[in-house]
Design a protein around this ligand. Sequence first.
Ligand code: THU
Length: 133
Amino acid sequence: MSSDPGDIVKAAQEAMELAYSPYSGFAVGAAVRGGSGRIYSGCNIENAAYPEGWCAETSAISALIMAGESKIIEVAVAGGGDEPCTPCGGCRQRLREFAHSDTPLHVCSPEGVRMTTTLGELLPHSFGPENLE
Ligand code: THU
């Protein structure tokens, strides 16, 4: 199911096109695959009151939750720039709530996949829901 990243990468790239980022000019799209195999996407949405904007990953997680899912088995993030657009620290933790250290994460540009890593590599020794059990 997660061996061909084509569909989730495309979803992240398409979400990037919809970004509302007039202040930073930095468009980001994210897509998460739920346990059902369905893909949910979202973009960054900025605000004139700057700190009130939020990240693409957060939008995608919201779509997943609103569809009644709570497990993430694959992630793709698409952004521009010279450096790979990896998720910010806060979004790594937000993804961690619903994913695991071995969950694959594709870091993409509008052209394709720049690198594939795992959530555990981006957020080692993480604190998650299991810590509260
Ligand atoms: N951004 C994301 O959407 N996801 C990230 O993980 C990194 C940063 C957005 C937030 C802001 O709208 C813009 O990129 C510049 O920081």
